[in-house]
Design a protein around this ligand. Structure first.
Ligand SMILES: Nc1ncnc2c1ncn2[C@@H]1O[C@H](COP(=O)(O)OP(=O)(O)OP(=O)(O)O)[C@@H](O)[C@H]1O
Ligand SMILES: [Mg+2]
Length: 256
């Protein structure tokens, strides 16, 4: 058996998009949502994706997470090319390796909070790591709400259930589309701090879309999208540096 040397492991790629394009519609109504995006998401790195509304952030995440098809280019998760997979294999890879926190939470209304959190593992026939599950639930302040259904929870609580669901199975990579968008600043800071710790201490890989420079400052790197292209990148971002960069997008979302 061969093992990856530590030096390689620290620079290993958790996910990679190469010359990725996504075109919706045809002719007059055609929208180029992604226009030749190439990007690496390193293992154990926390990346934020920012850019104006409509710049392609959600599309990029959905394509890289295997939730949406793309028009051209390639995507790989770890060593696996998504384009080479059959539907069933793709579903399995998504279930086993990817955690997703959606812009809408996608909780099942008939299940309790706890059942929603463990659903992906239940489907996969995997037993949750009880200690870790308790840690996640405790950190997200959900202990007293585990028996409630989504309709009995506030928006912020539903979002925290969605965050817990993504974290619970310790997936290889977590994608979050504005995972703190519905939280007050204190709960948001707790969730972001927890995500950052899971990157630093457990080597979790996290990719997060956000509009909030303060949230982006929790990441190790911010990439900026405009018109379906990556137009800039900042490492070790401060909220001020991110805000300054965002101000350089004009009202139509183009970059100057
Ligand atoms: N199903 C679809 N059919 C046609 N066009 C679409 C579809 N989904 C997205 N688009 C278009 O693709 C572009 C990128 O959309 P996307 O949702 O990725 O933007 P976003 O950066 O996530 O924006 P927001 O910050 O508002 O969530 C937009 O112009 C959008 O209108
Ligand atoms: Mg979006």
């Amino acid at each position: 058996m061969t093992s990856t040397p530590l030096a390689d492991r620290t620079t290993a790629v958790a996910a990679r998009a190469t010359d990725l394009s996504k075109i919706y519609g045809q002719g007059e109504t055609q929208v180029v949502a992604l226009d030749g995006v190439s990007v690496d998401f390193q293992q154990a790195q926390f990346t934020a994706i920012m850019g104006p509304s409509g710049s392609g952030k959600s599309t990029l995440m959905h394509c890289v997470a295997g939730l949406d098809s793309f028009s051209s280019g390639s995507v790989r998760i770890g060593d696996v090319e998504l384009g080479s997979l059959k539907d069933k294999q793709l579903t399995k890879l998504r279930r086993d390796k990817i955690g997703f926190i959606f812009q809408a939470f996608n909780l099942l209304p008939t299940l309790t909070a706890l059942e929603n959190i463990t659903l992906p593992m239940d489907i996969a026939g995997r037993k949750p790591d009880k200690t870790w599950l308790d840690t996640v639930i405790e950190m997200l302040g959900l202990s007293g709400r585990l028996g409630h259904r989504p309709s009995q929870l506030s928006g912020g609580q539903q979002q925290r259930v969605a965050v817990a669901r993504a974290l619970a199975s310790k997936p290889e990579i977590i994608f979050g589309d504005e995972p703190t968008g519905n939280l007050d600043s204190r709960s948001g800071a707790e969730v972001l701090g927890f995500l950052r710790n899971s990157v630093r201490e457990l080597g979790q890989t996290v990719v997060m879309v956000t509009h909030d420079p303060v949230a982006a400052a929790y990441a190790d790197r911010v990439i900026f999208l405009a018109d379906g292209r990556i137009v800039d990148e900042v490492y070790e971002p401060s909220a001020d540096a991110v805000l300054d960069r965002m101000k350089r997008f004009d009202a139509k979302g183009r970059t100057s």
